[in-house]
Design a protein around this ligand. Structure first.
Ligand SMILES: O=C(O)CCC(=O)C(=O)O
Length: 274
């Protein structure tokens, strides 16, 4: 990990502001491999006739949506367990988490904003009193307002129910900006949206690694979306992160078993049984 990255300061930023930006989280070879993988997935999807336009999300097909990144290329597993990403995830939502989803949005010139939303509110009913989820957003291009940087609403991490959500969401939003290779870490309660790409010819590729507490059902069923050979090639840690295991939710139960046996009955840190 880059010695200049001050994880404590970054975690405090997330606790205070709901987000932080980490420039140069990846560079060189890893960034290049991720960029190439994004291009290859788009080519493959087109060759196989898989639609890259998500009508339910985006106003037009200039937003290219890629789903289940971890199923497409091992570079995305590498990003999911990148030490900076993991440290920020664990500082924000604790050590027990799953990868809920991992998607990319490649906003081409003309791409428009989707609806403003908070990812935690998509899955968890109110009240949203604590961050139970976090997005680690990987910037594969330089990201700025003009090319459609993700926009967020300052202070929205404090909204605890739909009653707190105002009508003028887009007007309140402000863009992130970050160079290629950065992470934007944004906790799950922050209301946000994609920006409009108003450039002539600039592409904006960003990937959203969405992690949530392990008692929340992930958005994606990784066991179903992964081709068998890809799933079989995963190591134990990757399987654990993606929740691919014969057991679904047994963490507390595992602790109780140990309690009955009278050994180390610490329910907070009981490990997942595989
Ligand atoms: O593309 C973006 O900037 C935001 C994407 C997003 O929020 C989503 O896909 O849920």
């Amino acid at each position: 990990m880059d010695a200049n990255i001050d994880l404590e300061a970054l975690s405090s930023d997330i606790a205070r502001d709901g987000f932080t930006v980490v420039p140069n989280a990846i560079s060189g070879d890893l960034l290049k491999r991720a960029q190439i993988a994004i291009e290859r997935i788009i080519e493959t999807m087109r060759a196989e006739g898989i639609d890259t336009f998500s009508e339910t999300l985006d106003p037009n097909d200039a937003s290219i949506r890629l789903y289940h990144l971890a199923a497409w290329d091992p570079v995305f597993i590498e990003l999911l367990r990148h030490p900076v990403a993991r440290a920020l995830v664990e500082a924000t939502i604790g050590p027990q988490w799953l990868v809920s989803n991992f998607t990319a949005n490649v906003a081409m010139p003309g791409a428009g904003s989707m609806n403003v939303h908070s990812d935690q509110a998509l899955v968890v009913p109110p009240p949203w009193n604590e961050p139970w989820a976090i997005n680690i957003i990987w910037c594969f291009d330089d990201v700025r307002e003009e090319n459609g940087a993700t926009r967020y609403i300052p202070g929205s991490q404090h909204w605890t129910s739909f009653d707190d959500v105002p009508d003028d969401l887009l007007a309140r939003s402000v863009p992130f900006s970050a160079p290629a290779g950065s992470i934007v870490a944004m906790e799950g309660r922050v209301w946000h949206t994609s920006g409009a790409n108003v450039t002539e010819n600039e592409r904006r590729a960003m990937a959203f690694a969405y992690y949530s507490r392990d008692f929340i059902r992930p958005q994606v069923n990784w066991g179903m979306v992964m081709p068998e050979d890809v799933r079989d090639a995963l190591d134990d840690e990757a399987r654990q992160m993606l929740g691919i295991s014969t057991m679904g939710n047994i963490r507390i139960g595992g602790g109780l078993t140990r309690l009955r046996e009278g050994t180390n009955p610490d329910l907070r840190i009981a490990p997942l049984k595989s």
